[in-house]
Design a protein. Structure first.
Length: 255
């Protein structure tokens, strides 16, 4: 790695255990400027599957353009739509419904960055902890717009991310998102919570940690990040003075 790129990486991406805890605390609501900034220095749950599949198919795709792919991924102009607004509105309702149904407290958390792999990050929608406050498993909340008019059980039949047996499809971005979170947090399972505001109903889809998939995905993403993403980040957000470009900080998308 070139010296200037290494300096950028150690200055902006690498974290200590103390810094990791600080980031998690400062980004707990997942809407602060700090959350937007820190997640856009890294490959996170919402980015990992798309980059993984693009990289796997890169040699087969004659129209592949990494510059365009990275720019659209890390500096998207997307500011939200009906689906994202509905999801944001329903998230606290879903979290409360899950807590009541399961009888467990759901701990909200911010962006988690593992000091051993600081180029990755995840922001799960909740952690279920034991009496000693140790995480047992995570939850991811999905509120599809179909949930405005049908119960959650029917959403499972309508949404393309689920198999006929209502399990989560492996070839889907939600699977990649769940697996990255489980890998980084060292957890065995994730409850994918499908919520419907139609009748305040929810369905839980169990997602188990898939070591084979997670390792394959992250192994592919190592080269993507250090060969393509990191140089792009340095070029895009670091000016001559070495300060972060405000346009990058303000133009971040949602997790």
């Amino acid at each position: 790695m070139p010296v200037d790129l290494k300096d950028f990486y150690y200055k902006n991406v690498v974290v200590t255990a103390e810094k990791s805890l600080e980031i998690a605390k400062q980004t707990s609501s997942q809407c602060e400027q700090k959350w937007f900034y820190e997640r856009n220095l890294r490959i996170t749950g919402s980015k990992c599957y798309g980059l993984f599949i693009y990289s796997c198919n890169f040699k087969k795709n004659k129209n592949a353009n990494w510059e365009k792919k990275i720019t659209s991924t890390f500096k998207s102009s997307f500011v939200g739509n009906e689906s994202t607004m509905y999801g944001i509105h329903c998230e606290p309702l879903a979290r409360n419904a899950y807590s009541i149904k399961s009888g467990r407290n759901v701990a909200e958390n911010g962006l988690y960055v593992d000091p051993l792999t600081p180029w990755l990050g995840c922001s799960v929608d909740g952690l279920i902890v034991d009496d000693q406050n140790n995480p047992e498993f995570s939850i991811e909340i999905k509120s599809f717009t179909s949930g405005k008019t049908v119960p959650a059980s029917e959403s499972l039949n309508l949404e393309k991310c689920f198999e006929k047996d209502k399990s989560l499809k492996m070839r889907h971005e939600y699977y990649g998102q769940s697996q990255l979170g489980l890998l980084l947090l060292g957890l065995p399972t994730c409850d994918l919570v499908v919520y419907s505001s139609f009748n305040d109903s929810m369905e839980i889809v169990l997602v188990q940690f898939d070591m084979t998939f997670a390792v394959k995905m992250v192994t592919e993403l190592v080269n993507v990040y250090f060969d393509i993403v990191l140089p792009w980040l340095k070029k895009s957000i670091q000016g001559v003075s070495g300060r972060v470009n405000e346009e990058f900080e303000e133009g971040c998308g949602e997790e």
